[in-house]
Design a protein around this ligand. Structure first.
Ligand code: PEP
Length: 254
């Protein structure tokens, strides 16, 4: 049975106490429950990474960062390097999120440099790609997604060390989810591109997550699609009840 990944992207939310409370409850759940085919990944803000990595030592939980510097080390005030993340046992890092691309102006070449930094330190990048509403309406979804893949993965070798998240920008934080069919069409396109560029084995192995208003009410239908291997979940990962519900849904999937 294929593995399902549920990555909670907390974005810039939660106080330290709120993060601690959430993780305490998640810890209690994970201690009791055996999740066979599901991997829970929490991507908190930087100051709370250690809360998650500490728990990940004892429990079936993984820790992801939300961002990383494109630079190695040195005079880059406010930046966090891949080496720092790796020294804290962080396993994953989101790159190319549409909020980073659109609010902070990150280009494909910056995303590419970040992926290279992460791979050097054995952290798995979760590369986000996805079209805006006007691009979808203009029939440019495939073109946009393929050019983000090409630009972000330029000169990058893949050896079981990359996740991709398809996140249509119009579905992020808007309550509008892509239908399972819309999502599957793009996931299939991504898988085909990986096959052409990296071969059959790599294409089959890379988890492709869907992101965009995933919640307990729509997760099951999305996960039933052949090329959807999990979710990158923002809003609905902030409430412990909802996140646990999604772990249950994924765990009970036949
Ligand atoms: C995200 O943070 O990547 C995301 C998809 O957010 P939301 O689930 O809130 O749409």
């Amino acid at each position: 049975m294929r593995k399902i990944y549920l990555a909670g992207n907390w974005k810039m939310n939660k106080t330290f106490q709120e993060a601690d409370d959430f993780l305490y409850e998640l810890g209690e759940y994970l201690e009791e429950k055996t999740l066979r085919n599901v991997e829970a990944i929490i991507c908190p803000p930087f100051p709370y990474l250690e809360l998650v990595t500490d728990m990940a030592e004892e429990l079936p939980l993984s820790c992801g960062a939300q961002n990383v510097s494109e630079y190695k080390s040195g005079a880059y005030t406010g930046e966090i390097s891949a080496e720092m993340l790796s020294s804290m046992e962080v396993e994953y890092c989101i790159t190319g999120h549409s909020e980073r691309r659109n609010i902070f102006g990150e280009s494909n070449s910056v995303v590419n440099a970040k992926i290279k930094q992460l791979q050097e330190h054995f952290i798995i990048p979760i590369l986000c790609i996805g079209e805006k509403l006007e691009e979808r309406d203009a029939g440019k979804t495939d073109e946009v997604v393929l050019s983000q893949l090409q630009g972000s993965l330029k000169d990058i070798k893949i050896d079981g060390n990359l996740f991709i998240a398809y996140e249509p920008v119009w579905a992020i934080g808007t309550g509008k989810t892509a239908t399972p069919q819309q999502a599957q069409e793009v996931h299939k396109l991504i898988r085909e591109w990986l096959r052409e560029n990296y071969g059959e084995d790599v294409a089959a192995d890379i988890p492709i997550l869907y992101g965009g208003s995933v919640k307990p009410g729509n997760l099951k239908e999305l996960l039933r699609e052949a090329d959807i291997d999990g979710g990158l979940i923002g809003g609905a990962s902030l409430e412990i009840e909802g996140y646990i519900k999604m772990l249950e849904i994924a765990g009970n999937l036949k």
